[in-house]
Each structure stands twice: as structure tokens, then as C-alpha cells.
Design a protein around this ligand. Structure first.
Ligand code: CU
Length: 148
């Protein structure tokens, strides 16, 4: 990882900590503010939201998600809302959105357990939209913007 991208992640972590502090007033779920041990991640997960909703990275950067809640979540790309040049991504390693949805329905395959992480390196510039399968209807969606 380059120094520059590490700085970017540091800035994002600081922003995340601020969000976590703000969320603490909303009922104290295990949001991004409470992080025992390592905290080297970019996107946290609250009960039904990715925090922050959007991250911007450089081409070649890795984005790390961590389930900072006690609920089960997935990180699942919308197949038709990623750049044409990009390969599909989803926790569980599925190669299509349909496969990811089916895998979840079949037994929570692709689940990122509480405290666990999912990471993915982004190469193709553009906007990537993704969601959490069990909380999609609750609005648990996010966006990764990859700058060229
Ligand atoms: Cu979720």
C-alpha cells in the first residue's frame, strides 16, 4: 500500500470515528466508535448501514469492510452498477449478483460475521454501488468511487 492511500485511509478512519461518536447518542449499538483491537478498516457496518456510505480511493487501492455490529451483513455489488471494465465482487466470492443472492438464501453464504472483515482491491476507475442482502430494503447500501 502506498503512503498516500494509507493517509487517505487514516483520514477516513478519523471521519469514521466522528460518525461513531455521533451515533453513540442514538442508542449505543456497536458502531464504528467502539473498536477494540485493530482498527485498520475503511467501512464499518452498523445495525443496518455502511459507515461511511461512500468512500473514495485510488485505482489499485484496497477497501476493507468490517462488521462493527452484532448483526449478519453482506457486501454485495450491484452487477449493473459497477464500471463495465470491473469484475464483479461480493463477500463469499460470488461471481454474480444472482449467485450471491441465492447463496445467502441457501444459508447465509457470504455473511460477514460480527467483527469479521471483507476486503477487495479496486482497479478500474468509476463508481461501484453495493448493498447488504438482508438489509437492502432497510436502505443498507454503499458506494466506492475509484479515481483514475
Ligand atoms: Cu446488513
Amino acid at each position: 500500500m502506498t503512503v498516500e492511500s494509507r493517509r487517505a485511509r487514516m483520514r477516513r478512519r478519523q471521519a469514521l470515528a466522528a460518525v461513531g461518536t455521533a451515533l453513540a447518542g442514538f442508542g449505543g449499538c456497536a458502531a464504528a466508535g467502539s473498536r477494540a483491537g485493530g482498527d485498520d478498516y475503511d467501512v464499518g457496518m452498523t445495525a443496518a448501514a455502511f459507515r461511511p456510505v461512500e468512500v473514495t480511493v485510488g485505482a489499485g487501492d484496497e477497501v476493507v469492510w468490517r462488521n462493527t455490529s452484532s448483526r449478519a451483513h453482506s457486501v454485495t455489488a450491484y452487477e449493473d452498477r459497477i464500471p463495465d471494465a470491473a469484475t464483479y465482487f461480493a463477500s463469499g466470492g460470488f461471481e454474480s449478483e444472482t449467485a450471491a443472492r441465492d447463496g445467502w438464501a441457501d444459508g447465509l453464504s457470504g455473511n460477514v460475521n460480527s467483527g469479521d472483515e471483507y476486503s477487495r482491491r479496486f482497479e478500474a476507475p468509476g463508481t461501484y454501488e453495493y448493498f447488504c442482502i438482508p438489509h437492502e430494503r432497510a436502505g443498507m447500501v454503499g458506494r466506492v468511487v475509484v479515481e483514475g
